[in-house]
Design a protein around this ligand. Structure first.
Ligand SMILES: Cc1ncc(C[n+]2csc(CCOP(=O)(O)OP(=O)(O)O)c2C)c(N)n1
Ligand SMILES: [Mg+2]
Length: 343
């Protein structure tokens, strides 16, 4: 499993150039991510949502990275666990629950794509597919296309797990991005496990970031439970990309607090005690402690924010449950090109 710097205090947000308002908004994004994720998990356990890929434990890295990106300009090539980044790039809670329930009005694919495979051209999120790692070379190709189009104010970011970094797609993508000095950020969300396989059983080196040296670009390790540390690393990587200096690999170390998916039983390969220990330093607990102890927010305000989010989520769940399923007559739409459209 990943080495965690669990209980250590968070990086001072002002030391990385963030205002108090920024810090609170990052906290808000983390809280929103957690609330949606928890609701989804609960709906699955009630038999109401078929398949859930939780992101509990990964909210800090996602919110910190989000804050360094410009969703109007940059493009995201996500991992299926990137709920926080999907929110930052513009998914709203109603759209997310239409996706989770595979309803006809789901903006990603009208209920055809597997859940959590975020994608929306309007929101600068490229669609992903179930084979792991295919998004990594896509992000490099898109950065190359941006260069050919003369765009110099945007980067692509691609996220993936540490397990996925063992795939050939990762190496090919790193090689081309380095050679062409493309503005790509490779963000590895190292949550310790690839389903049941811990990092130590599938990587000969202890850190994914170590692999960047083979391609001649920086590999940076950050505490992925610290949003401000992750923000700082992603901001620097973005600036480097925009300066034409090429890609950066960031490995954010964290811990996957829930099973791999709602279909996984994690107690077959790890212990409750291991999970309990990781929970002590989990990101939401840390940020709540931080914003309270810095006097950025009062306890009442935290409770009020949470209550408002829960109301919003409950309304989105009710609306999505009541929304129509995809019309069977449209089953082939967005799957096959029609003869009239041509192939
Ligand atoms: C090419 C390919 N091989 C195997 C799988 C099955 N699979 C789905 S998720 C997963 C684990 C991925 O682990 P990691 O990259 O660490 O991401 P995490 O799920 O931990 O976020 C595997 C092996 C797949 N989807 N695609
Ligand atoms: Mg993993």
């Amino acid at each position: 499993m990943a080495t965690l710097t669990a209980i250590a205090p968070l990086t001072d947000h002002r030391s990385v150039g963030l205002s108090d308002d920024d810090a609170l908004r990052i906290f808000d994004l983390m809280l929103r991510t957690r609330e949606i994720d928890e609701r989804m998990w609960a709906l699955n356990r009630q038999g109401k949502a078929p398949f859930v890929v939780p992101c509990r434990g990964q909210e800090a890295a996602q919110a910190g990275a989000a804050w360094a990106l410009d969703p109007q300009k940059d493009w995201l090539f996500p991992h299926y666990r990137d709920l926080g980044l999907a929110l930052w790039f513009g998914f709203d809670v109603d759209e997310l629950f239409l996706m989770y329930f595979a309803k006809g009005a789901d903006i990603i694919s009208g209920g055809r794509q597997m859940t959590h495979h975020f994608g929306s051209q309007a929101r600068h999120i490229a669609s992903i597919s179930a084979p792991l790692g295919t998004q990594i070379p896509h992000a490099v190709g898109a950065a190359y296309a941006m260069r050919l189009q003369g765009k110099t104010d945007a980067v692509t970011i691609t996220c993936f797990g540490e397990g996925t970094s063992s795939k050939g797609d990762f190496y090919e993508a790193c090689s081309l991005a380095a050679l062409q000095k493309l503005p790509v950020i490779f963000l590895c969300e190292n949550n310790g496990y690839a389903i049941s396989v811990p990092m130590a059983k599938q990587s000969p080196v202890p850190n994914v970031a170590d692999r960047a040296a083979a391609f001649g670009f920086p590999g940076v390790i950050v505490d992925g439970t610290d949003p401000f540390a992750t923000y700082s690393a992603v901001r620097d990587a973005r600036a480097r990309g925009l300066r034409g200096e090429g890609p950066t690999l960031i490995e954010a170390k964290m811990y996957r607090l829930l099973p791999h998916t709602s279909d996984d039983n994690d107690m077959t390969y790890r212990t409750r005690e291991e999970v309990r220990q990781a929970e002590e330093g989990e990101p939401l607990k840390r940020i709540i402690e931080y914003v309270r102890s810095r006097g950025l927010i009062a306890d009442d305000d935290i409770a009020a924010r949470r209550a408002r989010m829960r109301e919003e989520i409950a309304a989105a769940v009710a609306a999505a449950q009541a929304a129509p399923d995809p019309d069977p007559a449209t089953v082939a739409d967005r799957v096959y090109a029609s003869v009239e459209e041509g192939i």
